[in-house]
Design a protein around this ligand. Structure first.
Ligand code: NAP
Length: 314
């Protein structure tokens, strides 16, 4: 059997390469950028490379685009649909891991864990002082989830274990989540005003780009903490920097940034009231294995012209 010719951005993880086995000839991402005279059968996006219609027009044989991950903001899904190319992703299997990471950031930021870790290792730590490094209470506080989807619901579940009052905002109410998780639907403004923790779990779209900017920080409590586990551009980086510098909000925990990574000399990176992770939301051995399996299965199904396990709708 001849190998499928698949363009992928790399370097690809060994799990993915093992699943490709000898069925795929992997072509470099430069082929997606420059086009090819030879047929390309599919596209596999691994680390969020940008992909649009112009690029697809240079690769006319492509039958499927398979994305390793759930967020597809780097892929112009409408352009793909206009060319009859299905886009596959991996929803549902990374919710727990991503919510765990969201809660890790929330706890670490509220309780100043990273600052504490640095201090505990430093020469400055010579004696216990009950007055240092006081953080904010997590249990019994109010959490506001912006985007009560698959990951948002998992955040809400964890929050109820901490006796938190759960508020949420979506474009549409979600009665099932209200019933099963005790979450209360509020307007976006009310969520910003009432929450001790504002947690972002929305997809990055034209509507959510810059969702949290100067106006939103002005509505948040000075004791509040922002957690972004969604995508960097959902938050205006300049406004966030100012809100943290001026203590308009208490702190932020970011798994994602805009740009990503931030320039090494960015002022955010020097701020003690910021906890930051290098986009680790779904980064567990178990979840990444499942993401590899589903995305590779989507790729092969698409190459055979079959329905994908998960196809992104526009
Ligand atoms: P999902 O199940 O589709 O949930 C998204 C939620 O956002 C939905 O409840 C949706 O409700 C809401 N929403 C969409 N647009 C909105 C808007 N303009 N205003 C308010 N709410 C809006 O998606 P998911 O699987 O939970 O994933 C969410 C996102 O998380 C992904 O797109 C990805 O970017 C990100 N993510 C990040 C990591 C990481 O490593 N940090 C890992 C996985 C996923 P309505 O339609 O009712 O508005």
């Amino acid at each position: 059997m001849s190998k499928a010719r698949v363009v992928a951005d790399g370097p690809l993880g060994q799990t993915v390469l093992d699943l490709f086995d000898d069925r795929v000839e992997v072509l470099p991402w430069s082929v997606a950028i420059n086009g090819s005279n030879e047929t390309v059968d599919g596209i596999y996006t691994y680390g969020h490379p940008h992909l649009n219609g112009e690029m697809l027009d240079r690769l006319p044989g492509v039958k499927v685009i398979s994305n390793y991950g759930v967020g597809v903001d780097h892929i112009h899904v409408r352009d793909a649909a206009a060319r009859g190319i299905p886009v596959g992703n991996t929803p549902g299997i990374l919710d727990g891991a991503t919510a765990d990471m969201g809660f890790t950031l929330l706890l670490a930021t509220a309780r100043r864990l990273i600052e504490g870790d640095r201090y505990a290792r430093s020469d400055e730590f010579t004696t216990y002082d009950p007055g240092y490094m006081l953080g904010r209470e997590v249990h019994g506080s109010t959490i506001g989830i912006v985007g009560m989807g698959r990951i948002g619901e998992q955040i809400a579940k964890r929050a109820s274990g901490f006796d938190m009052q759960v508020l949420y905002h979506n474009r549409h109410r979600k009665p099932t989540a209200e019933k099963s998780l005790g979450a209360r639907y509020v307007s976006f403004d009310d969520l910003l005003r009432a929450s001790d923790y504002v947690v972002l779990t929305v997809p990055l779209t034209d509507e959510t780009r810059g969702l949290i900017g100067a106006n939103e920080f002005a509505k948040m409590k000075p004791t509040s903490i922002l957690i972004n586990i969604a995508r960097g551009p959902v938050v205006d980086t300049v406004a966030l920097t100012e809100a943290l510098q001026t203590r308009q909000i208490y702190a932020a925990g970011l798994d994602v940034t805009d740009p990503e990574p931030l320039p090494r000399n960015h002022p955010l990176l020097t701020m003690p009231n910021l906890t930051i992770a290098p986009h680790l939301g779904s980064a567990t051995e178990q979840t990444r294995q499942k993401m590899a399996e589903i995305s590779v299965e989507n790729l092969f199904r698409g190459l055979r012209g079959e329905a994908l396990l998960h196809q992104v709708n526009i």
